[in-house]
Ligand binder design. Sequence first.
Ligand SMILES: [Zn+2]
Ligand SMILES: [Zn+2]
Length: 429
Amino acid sequence: RGDVMLGVGTRGAVFGPVRDLGLIIVDEEESHSYKSEEFPGYNAVTVARIRARLQNCKVLLGSFAPSVRTRYFLEQGRLNQAAQVSPEDGTITVNHQIISMLGRKRGLAISKELHLALRDIFAQGERAVLFLNRRGTSSGLMCCDCGNIIMCPRCSVSLAYHARETLMVCHTCGLRQKPPLECPVCRGFTWRQIGYGIDRVASEFSKRFPRVPILKLDQDTEAPDHVIAQFASLTPSCLLCTQMVLGFEVPPVTGVGVVSCDNLLSFPDYSAPEQVFRLLMDLMHLLKSSGGNPHKQFIVQTLNPEHHAIKGIQNPEIFYTTEADNRAILGYPPFGALFKIEFSGEKQDRVKLLAEEFAAQVENCAAGIRVLGPGPAPKPRVRGRYRWILILKAAKRETLSQVVTQLWPGVSHPQVRMTVDTEEPFGIG
Ligand SMILES: [Zn+2]
Ligand SMILES: [Zn+2]
């Protein structure tokens, strides 16, 4: 009715019925939570831009590490820089260290360099955060005799091992089962843990620093607020956590150590480098904005020390220019348009056949569209449904829209579900 001058809301608010709209502010524009995965899918940042054009108002995007897309639009002059502000205290210094884990002894999660940095922090009676995005004790169990890895029967991903409850857990569908006594393939009975999860880092930490309390925060934590409160009440202390930490306000922290993020980097998705860069920048922001000792340590352990997403922590320009060059060469967004089409169903051959039929039709009718796949998704089976993915690339978005709208009604099967995703971030998982 025009009684209120300012409205605040989450992503759905972008559709709010507002008269005489003058300005839409999107804070942390790079956040993935602006994209709705539910039907009908949309990205609220795109909706804000379209709405602004229709209603002749302005959009203000806020970010301390903008998305590759926004950076590109800025350079193209399609967006204007409104202001550059530094929200952080200018007296804070961060010592960035990238530790190469290549050629190190296997089985140890904490390098000598990280150990020494932590030791100094704890000696001053201060706090540190250790980050690892893998829950459980290890990523899986492998039979020592035949190499068989225990998989989820419904999802074709390995089951993570949680030593505390002696359980195998599927982090995709939540299935829980006891570890097998003998190998179902060769009947061997010796198992080796592959990869390390947060629980294994916790036990290594306690051996290295027996007097420093370690608190754990991940999706298995029952009372996360309580864990953060405990972390705030103890010095020295260490918080071992997954991405979940980014949703909380932490007490003053002097150092952040990234135990590993290489599994994220190797994810088969063109935007994986951007996601890793974003994660590292978010952790850096958490460190800088936590207060306390202004001389901070940011340490990343990695098997990819030369990767631009990792080097970006020392100089973000390295990340943005390398990433833009790579995407321009391959025609990935924002340098070209990309649609992701997913086919899923309980019968693998049906799913595959329909995906192939659709791909063939696109190839037949359209010049200027590159067809990638179809192929099984990186998680090829989830909750008993097989998943195949087809990627379509073109210089212009309109080319893809036209072809897909034209072909869509002609290709279908009652037992196969087809979904098309047209908005970044795609998360080709
Ligand atoms: Zn075996
Ligand atoms: Zn599963």
